[in-house]
Design a protein around this ligand. Structure first.
Ligand SMILES: [Zn+2]
Length: 284
């Protein structure tokens, strides 16, 4: 049976600012019963149930634009607004991007419809590319978001192919996400990055949880995947997470932008962090 179509190529031709390659972006076809929304996980990730006609759909494999030639990768608004200086350093990194891609997945193909493999790779390449972009592109936040989404996709792949070590790769991406989300909180405080003009914080594509969602995830990732090698590191990490999450909880009442179940989740997380700190002998 031929597989039902789940994506199409966008009308607009994209020109890569780094290597001038012309290509079209693959987009998800979301209508016609393709999307059967499932649960929202504790990490604010929307799961989709498989349907008989379309099978499993992974909307997260499409948002990052990847040049099929030089593998420069970024979210659309950044892809199209790269400055000359950035082009230069991205050019210098081209062979490194290609080498890294081949190391990770020897058989990727960005000229065919994407699979979960190209989805994971798109985020990994985005993390590399944003390393070279100016703060006006909010690279720390975009790297955190990309690492978190890559971890989710690795988890999806691990469910399909449990013997291919994608759980190992997933945990690497979770640790990267934890690092970047912690950095976002610092970057917001010290003014390295400004977040007012980000239209969609995600973390998933179906709902925008705003900067409160970033605060929540920063705390949650620290709690779940933060450093645990010794008690002192754990205490430091949890103390940091507690302060971050209390910025949501402390504001108290729910509002339209802060639905009550979100505030409730944040309060629960705050409680879990406090409990563990008490167990570790801290006064909270
Ligand atoms: Zn290119």
């Amino acid at each position: 049976m031929a597989e039902a179509k789940i994506s199409f190529l966008g009308k607009n031709t994209i020109i890569c600012p780094v290597c001038s390659e012309k290509f079209k972006k693959e987009e998800l076809l979301s209508g016609g019963g393709r999307m059967n929304a499932g649960i929202l996980t504790d990490e604010l990730h929307r799961e989709y149930n498989a349907t008989e006609k379309f099978g499993n759909i992974h909307p997260l494999i499409y948002p990052v634009v990847v040049c099929p030639q030089c593998l420069f990768s970024a979210y659309m608004s950044d892809f199209e607004s790269i400055e000359t200086e950035e082009v230069h350093s991205l050019e210098l990194q081209t062979s490194k991007r290609i080498e890294e891609a081949k190391n990770l997945f020897p058989r990727y193909n960005f000229l065919e419809p994407r699979t979960i493999i190209e989805g994971i790779l798109s985020y990994s390449l985005a993390i590399m590319s944003y390393d070279l972009l100016e703060s006006s592109h909010q690279p720390i936040f975009k790297q955190g978001l990309s690492a978190l989404r890559a971890a989710w996709l690795c988890n999806d792949y691990h469910k399909i192919e449990p013997n291919e070590n994608f759980d190992y790769l997933r945990d690497i991406f979770y640790r990267k996400a934890q690092f970047f989300y912690r950095e976002v909180i610092e970057a917001e405080k010290d003014g390295r990055e400004f977040y007012e003009d980000i239209p969609h914080f995600g973390p998933d594509i179906d709902h925008n949880h705003g900067f409160d969602g970033v605060l929540f995830l920063s705390g949650l990732l620290e709690y779940k995947y933060g450093p645990k090698q010794n008690v002192k590191a754990r205490i430091d990490s949890l103390t940091n997470a507690k302060i971050t999450v209390s910025r949501i909880v402390g504001m108290g009442k729910s509002s339209k932008s802060k639905p009550s179940d979100f505030v409730e989740n944040a309060r629960n997380l705050h409680g879990l962090i406090k409990d563990e700190l008490v167990k570790l002998g801290e006064e909270v």
